[in-house]
Design a protein around this ligand. Sequence first.
Ligand code: HDL
Ligand code: ZN
Length: 415
Amino acid sequence: MRITTKEELQTILPQVIDNTPIVDLHTHLYGKSFGKLLLWGIDDLLTYHYLTAEYFRYSDLPYQDFFALPKQKQADEIWNTLFLQRSPISEAQRGVLTVLRTLGLDLTSRNLDEYREFFAQITIEDFIDQVFTAANIESVVMTNDPFDQLEQQVWNKGMGNQDPRFKASLRLDVLLENYLQVIPVLQKWGYRVTKHLDETTLREIRRFLEHWIDKINALYVGASFPPSFSLPEDSIRGRLIEECVIPVCRTKNIPFALMIGVKRQVNSHLNLAADSVGKTDIRPVEYMCRAYPDNKFMVTTLDRGSQHELAVTARKFPNLMVFGCWWFLNNPSLIQEITLMRTELLGWAYIPQHSDARVLDQLIYKWEHSRQILTAVLTSKYGDLLDAGWSLERSVIERDVRQLLRDNFLHFVQR
Ligand code: HDL
Ligand code: ZN
């Protein structure tokens, strides 16, 4: 069907975006076989660390008293404080409403126990199906930490890849930031490593990486880094990246995904909500893409200020794929600004979003909200094409949108 007017565009585009199945490249979700590592349901939704941080803006409950409460009582506290005593206007608060509405729950009752009954009567298998269908998700990528005891058990039983909708990525924060602490663990697993990064140790670390990439069928290797991240750097982290991670990713032909700009534990009382953001230097990204042209890099940064420089850097290096509006950027005003800017600078050659979902239910709101914004951005940009006299076809829009929501990622990881 030919599209020549903005009215036709405004009818077709939302349908295409809603109907395009998403591959969500970065989440903290787990398949059912990971047991309690998979969070779901209203109490996990309300005790999401974004909401606990927002709760403490109002509460005079001491941190330790709150975190000592059972999860349901924490959820009660958060529901009363953020939803009943005030209008739930923040992005994370609004997200809970989107989830409840989509699941067909009555928002006028505002009765938490009523919502709990819905979750009590559904199985996790059925709920996974319901959420993936409601959000039109094809697959999600887990964040898999080889040093996590619970995860190891699942992978060592060969249960990690049971559900094909849950893909794996190898997360290396522990190895790269706490290498000296994990030497005994690596040695126990049979890797001849020491604190001296000599050739034997480096070769053994590469063997460890290759083993886990194969074991979990990792689509990429990922890690987060502080705002001070620098490369090249004569540090353990710098040498492990350049002499182990990058060579192994090249051999395996999988990307190295860097998530840069997180300032960990600025207020440790907040537990998972304790992390903040700092200004990021893009020069290490530029160095890496230039020094390793046969490697593929996916990069997202946490501060708003570095987004333009990151996008321009992607114009210089085809082996750099910019992705997502991460964490504190995952808010409508910033997603709109960043996605417009990326489209104007990169065309279709970027990945607009990942959910970063930690609770299964969140896939519903994180993607509904992002689809709305992507619709607004593409309405504007396709509208410019129509103004220029460039006509469109539904099939062309379908092709374009698939790139953003799944194909760019799948092609970049060669899947
Ligand atoms: O390091 C990360 O992957 C971050 O996404 C953190 O997990 C963060 O706590 C988060 O959940 N952000 O959405
Ligand atoms: Zn994350």
